[in-house]
Design a protein around this ligand. Structure first.
Ligand SMILES: [Zn+2]
Length: 514
């Protein structure tokens, strides 16, 4: 898509503040009215998009809209409590084009200035989500009021962890419910998290908060006890913010680079898993950051929109290698005398009483006094069998990982063949709202990408949102892609490693233009 408009503003602003001497009364008058005309105006609204026919509901899912207007420019931020904008889940591929088409036709908003981000929660949205999205934007556009704005950051490091585990073998595994984790002793290192919460605050001129936009990197996939429909961690966080900010304030969550970030204790089997306490912590930390932000008049509003081509990865060789690995693992399974019923009691006995597992100690002592070693030999045989049985289980667990990731590789390889071309076009946005700047990507960027971009741009209040304006699966780093087939992020991915450099260069270029 072509470049969207940029706002010519700084000249007028400098003029206005630099020459407001009473001697230049006509100039002062002109600059005052110019400043008034240039005020940023905003409106926000939310509409429930919960699918109430899809089983029990724990908490509502929302589509939220923030409409911003400065001079001739209008921009729309849409956040959706859904897994993705198209491709997977319940939002269809025609959602964004249809929403944009209607906003253009009915409100005159250019399609290039519409940003739609999915929180990536795994809730079920209603069938008419597109209609309700348009409703939310219209409601927001109807209530535009002058605002003061400010940008800042909060900090939260208690609720998430990097889900990719570096193994001593040099390979990487990931934390999923789809398969078992590798044994603890094989894990060497864990990856980074990004504790920064990016915040944009929009206050009405009387000081009441109209809307809060916040950006954070974490899969909101903890669920709620009982498994009912939920907007998950970030839904709870937004509720905490809305309950504690001014009446009627709308909190819009922009998912960040959460591709390899999970909620903590994601694999807990001791307690019912719940995203609510995690979301409450995120909401409170956002409020803490929010309170430090001072809002001021700032009419800068810029949206850049570009489409670039990224190289797709060919996984033919990797699929071949993994199939061979699958066969090797299968062949390594060895029969033992044990089955599950005999293995588990043995495991307990040999753990509780390592020296005399098979009977009381006196029987072992008699055996020894009589010059026999029957019990010692039985124990040695049982230990051999148990060791092999455990090895078989570990191999089976490994097979579940290989099988699941191989299926992902095969699926994307078939799509590559069907696509008939080796590149994929992706739409990127760069947005400035006052001091708040944002770059987007239509896929699951892993956290390192976000950390890289923030470091490279060296500008405060610059944030990155994946999961925006489309969905092209996971987007791991070139280094993570060396592990293709070993973890979800590198298997549920259609990109070639070169994609990272191309995207990062373009994102920085667009951010610098803002
Ligand atoms: Zn994901």
């Amino acid at each position: 898509m072509p470049n969207a408009m940029q706002i010519p503003f700084p000249l007028r602003r400098r003029f206005c503040f630099g020459l407001s001497l009473t001697a230049f009364s006509s100039l002062a008058l002109f600059s005052a009215s110019a400043a008034q005309a240039a005020t940023l105006r905003a409106g926000a609204a939310k509409v429930d998009i919960t699918n109430r026919e899809a089983g029990p509901v724990h908490d509502p899912l929302y589509v939220k809209a923030l409409v911003l207007k400065s001079g001739e420019t209008t921009a729309v931020l849409i956040t959706v409590d859904a897994v993705a904008i198209g491709e997977i889940g319940h939002i269809k591929n025609d959602y964004l084009p249809k929403v944009r088409g209607r906003l253009e036709k009915e409100l005159g908003i250019p399609p290039t200035n519409v940003l739609a981000n999915a929180s990536h929660c795994h809730g079920v949205v209603c069938a008419d989500v597109e209609e309700r999205t348009v409703q939310a934007v219209k409601a927001a556009a109807k209530e535009l009021v002058p605002v003061k704005i400010g940008a800042g950051a909060g900090h939260e490091d208690r609720i998430m962890e990097n889900r990719r585990l570096k193994l001593k073998s040099g390979r990487e595994a990931d934390v999923r419910h789809a398969y078992a984790l590798p044994p603890d002793e094989e894990v060497a290192e864990v990856g980074p998290v990004d504790p920064q919460i990016g915040i944009l605050r929009l206050d009405r001129l009387d000081g009441r908060t109209l809307a809060v936009v916040y950006n954070f990197a974490c899969h909101p996939i903890m669920g709620v006890p009982g498994g009912a429909n939920t907007a998950d961690v970030t839904g709870f966080a937004s509720q905490v913010i809305e309950d504690n900010a001014s009446d009627g304030a709308i909190a819009l969550f922009l998912q960040g680079c959460g591709g390899d970030i999970n909620p903590v204790m994601y694999k807990d089997v001791e307690h019912p898993r719940s995203g609510e306490p995690l979301g409450n912590l995120l909401g409170l930390s956002t409020l803490k950051g929010l309170r430090k932000i001072e809002c001021r008049e700032d009419d800068r509003l810029t949206v850049l929109n570009e489409t670039i081509s990224l190289p797709r990865g060919d996984r033919t060789q990797r699929i071949f290698d993994l199939e061979a690995e699958q066969q090797r693992l299968l062949k390594s399974l060895q029969g033992t005398s044990l089955n599950l019923k005999t293995f588990i009691p043995l495991l307990v006995k040999y753990d509780v009483s390592g020296e005399f597992p098979s009977y009381y100690s006196h029987r072992y002592l008699h055996d020894e006094a009589l010059g026999r070693s029957d019990f010692a030999k039985l124990d040695a045989e049982n230990r051999r069998n148990m060791k092999q049985y455990i090895q078989n289980i570990l191999t089976m667990e490994e097979l579940t990982r290989v099988g699941t990731n191989l299926a992902l590789l095969r699926k994307h390889q078939a799509e590559l063949v069907a696509a008939g071309k080796r590149t994929i076009d992706v739409e990127l946005l760069a947005v400035r709202i006052g001091d708040f700047t944002l770059a987007t990507f239509p896929g699951e960027l892993t956290v390192r990408i976000g950390l890289n971009l923030k470091q490279q741009i060296e500008r405060p209040n610059t944030f990155i949102a994946g999961y925006t304006n489309g969905y092209i699966y996971y987007a791991p780093t070139a280094e993570q892609l060396l592990n293709v087939g070993g973890a979800q992020e590198d298997s549920d991915c259609i990109l070639a490693p070169e994609w990272q450099k191309i995207y990062e260069t373009k994102a920085i270029e667009m951010l610098r233009k803002l």
